[in-house]
Design a protein around this ligand. Sequence first.
Ligand code: ATP
Length: 220
Amino acid sequence: MLGILGGTFDPIHFGHLRPALEVMEHLRLDEVRFVPCRIPPHRRTPVASVEHRLAMVERAVHGQPGFVVDRRELDRDGPSYSVDTLESLRAELGNDTPLCLMMGMDAFAGLPSWHRWEEILKLAHIVVAHRPGSPASHDLGDWATEAATRDLNELRARPAGAVWFQPVTQLDISATAIRAMLRRGESPRYLMPSSVLDYIRAQGLYLDASPTQGAATRFA
Ligand code: ATP
């Protein structure tokens, strides 16, 4: 069983990494694929280039068994739709492997606005980690309640179609807040891996509010 965590990762922080590890261990996932998006469909253009965001994710997962960086969205033109990513993973892995699309509760609350969202559940399970400040699961639609399961064996027995709510350590960390700290000259140390912070400092990222910092050449 495989986990997939898509995101802007602008920059990656412990609010991404710690829940991912807890989900991996609790669900006994073989691996978690971190999939940085090239163009996020639902949010504004990332501040750092895809090249920098990828480099930060690579540094963040380095040394953690089971954490893998998957760059397929960076090589694809147009908006990075999760449904396309799942279809491409299915084409590679076949229809039998259970896939778990992982996301925070804030992302899950917006799921019905995603491109071809109903097809997502045909391709994968959805694993939702609660995130500080996001709605509780009972505020979500009937479809989520119907698809929700508490039976881990059901997740493992079916390749797709279930929703799983996973309690995780609540870390009120956001990429937006980290970028704001860096702009103000404050340190986001202990909110993210030091290897990522070292990279940000070395590359001079997030020092001003201008969009897309760094050469986007490699994946443009
Ligand atoms: P921002 O802070 O600007 O909102 P973000 O970190 O939420 O950025 P992404 O990098 O796109 O943006 O997030 C990727 C995924 O990680 C999303 O599914 C999001 O819900 C989840 N996530 C991000 N931060 C946390 C957190 N602190 N706790 C749990 N999940 C999180």
